[in-house]
Design a protein around this ligand. Structure first.
Ligand code: TLP
Length: 348
């Protein structure tokens, strides 16, 4: 029985070309800025995102934390969505380690935040208030069905931020999925932001690594904060070599994952007892829920597991499935057959 792991695109394994590149990587001490492979990856990342410079860090969480620490001092405030990964899934790092005050505003189902909500959250100059410094967006938006924020929306947020003297950070863990879904260049999504983080280790299949991108000045300060967090790595070219492969070869194939996600979603839509909003499927993330009292989410999760289909329960009856490199059409069809079988058994 082949296991079909749809829990996340983080489960992707490095490609043979990545392993080969890691083996052959020319390396040096990156804390001394002497690793040529890391430098090459950082230059490539900056060019892809359209920023002056980039910095390799170990994870998406570290990338976001490095950026928030670089933008905000202790006691200052960052405005972010209540469904954002930074708020929900990063162990509260910005407040625990940075003393940064998170100011939550509602995410709309498409991952946007209403400009009015953003504007209302920005503090005036008053001794009682923390100073607002930063707005964080997420693109694609993980919790909001993997939806892609458009350049127009991001530019409008940036305009509002500038009007109030604030910075904009984009958690772009899956920014290349957003660009692929919109049929545009990732630079168009990044141009509004003062900093962008993106991950090599999700849809792009590299084993480790995320990039922080911004101006040269910002990245120099971020480098200091990476060190503060214990994230200065030595012969990190071993990691960067896989990242270079990821940027060169794995971005153009992302639409395949999006097609598979649609195939999966359409199949789920045809299964009785499950509910899905097909209009929300834009990238590689598919949420659906159990809409039957014959089976609980926990039971469905367990029975699918027994059939070799791994998925993630994100609420009492809500599931997330993510398509990625290594999952093909036939795997989608096998996963659908397994789901259908379990659901039909409950009807009997
Ligand atoms: N997301 C993971 C889990 O943490 C939920 C996943 O499986 O989707 N930003 C966004 C939008 C993310 O989705 C993630 C990871 C991160 C940041 C953090 O990246 P890592 O896991 O590398 O720290």
């Amino acid at each position: 029985m082949k296991e079909i792991d749809l829990r996340s695109d983080t489960v992707t394994l490095p490609t043979p070309a990545m392993r080969e590149a890691m083996y052959r990587a020319e390396v040096g001490d990156d804390v001394f800025e002497e690793d040529p492979t890391v430098k090459r990856l950082e230059e490539m990342a900056a060019a892809r995102i359209g920023k002056e410079a980039a910095l390799l860090v170990s994870s998406g969480t570290m990338a976001n934390l490095t950026c928030t620490l670089t933008h905000c001092a202790r006691g200052e405030e960052a405005v972010l969505g209540d469904q954002s990964h930074i708020f929900l899934n990063e162990a509260g790092g910005m407040s625990a380690l940075g003393g940064i005050h998170p100011h939550l505003v509602p995410n709309q189902p498409d991952g946007t935040i209403k400009p009015h909500d953003l504007e209302s959250a920005i503090r005036g100059d008053n001794v009682h208030f923390p100073r607002t410094r930063l707005i964080c967006l997420e693109n694609t938006h993980n919790r909001c069905d993997g939806s892609a924020l458009t350049p127009d929306y991001c530019d409008a947020v940036a305009e509002l931020a500038r009007k109030h003297g604030l910075k904009v950070h984009i958690d772009g863990a899956r920014i290349f999925n957003a660009a692929a879904a919109l049929g545009i260049d990732a630079k168009d999504l990044a141009r509004c932001a003062d900093s962008v983080s993106f991950c090599l280790s999700k849809g792009l299949s590299a084993p480790v690594g995320s990039l922080v991108c911004g101006t040269r000045e910002f990245v120099a300060e971020a480098r200091r904060n990476r060190k503060l967090l214990g994230g200065g790595m030595r012969q990190a070219g071993i990691i960067a070599a896989a990242g270079i492969e990821a940027l060169e070869r794995m971005i153009d194939r992302l639409p395949e994952d999006h097609c598979n996600a649609r195939r999966l979603a359409e199949g789920i839509d045809r299964i009785e007892g499950l509910a899905i909003d097909l209009s929300r499927i834009q990238t590689n993330i598919v949420y659906f829920r159990v809409a039957s009292d014959r089976i609980t989410g926990e039971q469905l999760l367990k029975r699918l597991g027994e059939k070799g289909v791994k998925t993630l329960l994100t609420g009492p009856n809500t599931f997330r499935m993510v398509t990625h490199y290594g999952i093909g059409e036939t795997d989608i069809d096998s996963a659908l057959a397994a789901i259908r079988e379990v659901m039909e058994q409950t009807a009997a």
